[in-house]
Ligand binder design. Structure first.
Ligand SMILES: NC(=O)c1ccc[n+]([C@@H]2O[C@H](COP(=O)([O-])OP(=O)(O)OC[C@H]3O[C@@H](n4cnc5c(N)ncnc54)[C@H](O)[C@@H]3O)[C@@H](O)[C@H]2O)c1
Ligand SMILES: [Zn+2]
Length: 359
């Protein structure tokens, strides 16, 4: 459960879960007339039938709305088109909208569900590891603006989340890796047992073993869910620890014009934050090296991209509207212990990036 008072919701995680989605929805939400599945051609082709059967066998009236694949789905014009489709299907306040896809479909569908008829119920059925371990819960929704990512959005919690790790066997390896970046992050900031598990199961995880993935998704959901429960709107600095690795990561994504995938950028960012932590005497070099070994074993390319440290710092400033002379960082304090948030001087940051081989 993600505990949010009257907005609390269950997150189900297990291999083969998709066959039970219809039953579980019927048990949890009694009176609804119709549901609309929002998905992409590709996802529908590989996994649509199992979701459809699961809903139809419980007598649920289903319609399907297709959106473009990947980041292209997250636009104002796609949101408008989707709203038109929902209107055409007669989706009303009593209906349910199901996001069936990765984080992109989830963010778009969540956004539309939050504004359509001033808000309708949303169910997330995430189909990427990143979406199962991270973006499918927490209620952040968004579409992009030409001036930047996620600049238009809202908070709209789902009513239920269903993560079937069997769906991940069709996911390209680079997408598995992208999700594993966030899972490792959860291990570092909150759960040494999770970190140990990833160390002991690197092969199974990259090969999309459904049981190994179910373990890491479950742990991730528990960790993120607890932080969301304490700080739903990311306004108290509690949920902010989930940004570990993301300050540098985001800057690298922007500088590479999204050539560097999110998870890969986060992996590089986690190392940088850990090195800063060493300088602040909050963690040991042994912990940084353990993290580096694990990421390497999973297959991350940790060679620093050749952007000048000063360029990276400038992008961080633009990105975070940081204070002059320093940038706020999530600083790890070991593996599995709560991080701290600190203003890090540009000087230390540049020194760290240089010593890691950036530029
Ligand atoms: N709302 C949040 O809290 C939050 C958190 C993190 C990231 N995000 C957002 O999530 C998005 C990234 O999500 P993502 O990494 O899931 O990428 P994605 O949604 O773009 O999916 C990646 C690719 O995998 C394909 N795919 C999805 N499921 C598949 C399956 N089972 N088998 C085969 N292929 C499949 C998709 O078609 C797509 O091409 C970004 O837009 C990011 O901003 C949101
Ligand atoms: Zn992330």
């Amino acid at each position: 459960m993600v505990e949010l008072g009257e907005r609390s919701y269950p997150v189900h995680v297990s291999p083969g879960l998709i066959g039970n989605v219809g039953t579980l929805i019927k048990e949890h939400i009694s009176s609804f007339e119709k549901c609309a599945i929002v998905t992409t051609d590709l996802i529908w082709e590989v996994h649509g039938r199992s979701l459809l059967e699961s809903l139809e066998k419980k007598g649920i009236n289903v319609m399907k709305a297709l959106v473009p694949d990947g980041e292209e789905a997250k636009s104002w014009s796609v949101a408008e088109k989707l709203i038109g489709d929902l209107l055409e299907y007669g989706i009303d306040k009593q209906s349910i909208v199901i996001a069936f896809g990765g984080g992109a479909v989830g963010d778009l569908t969540g956004f539309v569900a939050s504004i359509y008829l001033r808000g309708v119920s949303l169910i997330q059925v995430p189909t990427t590891l990143l979406a199962q371990a991270d973006s499918g819960l927490g209620g952040k929704t968004a579409v992009n603006h030409p001036k930047g990512k996620n600049l238009i959005g809202s908070f709209h919690q789902p009513s239920m989340v269903f993560s079937d790790t069997n769906l991940l066997h069709t996911l390209p390896r680079k997408e598995i890796l992208s999700g594993l970046g966030e899972v490792v992050k959860h291990g570092v900031i909150a759960d040494q047992t999770l970190f140990n598990f990833i160390e002991g199961n690197t092969g199974k995880l990259v090969d999309a073993d459904p049981d190994a993935l179910a373990y890491v998704v479950n742990r991730s959901v528990a960790i993120k869910g607890a932080l969301v429960a304490l700080d739903e709107r990311d306004s108290r600095g509690v949920r902010a620890v989930l940004n570990y690795g993301h300050t540098t990561g985001h800057a690298l994504e922007i500088l590479s014009k999204l050539e560097i995938k999110h998870g890969e950028a986060v992996a590089l960012g986690m190392i940088v934050a850990s090195r800063i932590s060493e300088s602040l005497r909050l963690t040991t070099s042994a912990d940084t090296e353990r993290l580096r070994r694990l990421l390497t074993a999973l297959g991350f390319d940790l060679k620093p991209p050749q952007f000048a440290p000063i360029e990276i710092v400038e992008v961080m400033h633009r990105d975070k509207k940081a204070m002059k002379g320093s940038i706020r960082f999530v600083i790890p304090t070991g593996i599995g212990s709560p991080p701290v948030i600190r203003a890090v001087s540009e000087h230390l940051l540049i020194q760290t990036l240089e010593s890691e081989g950036y530029g």
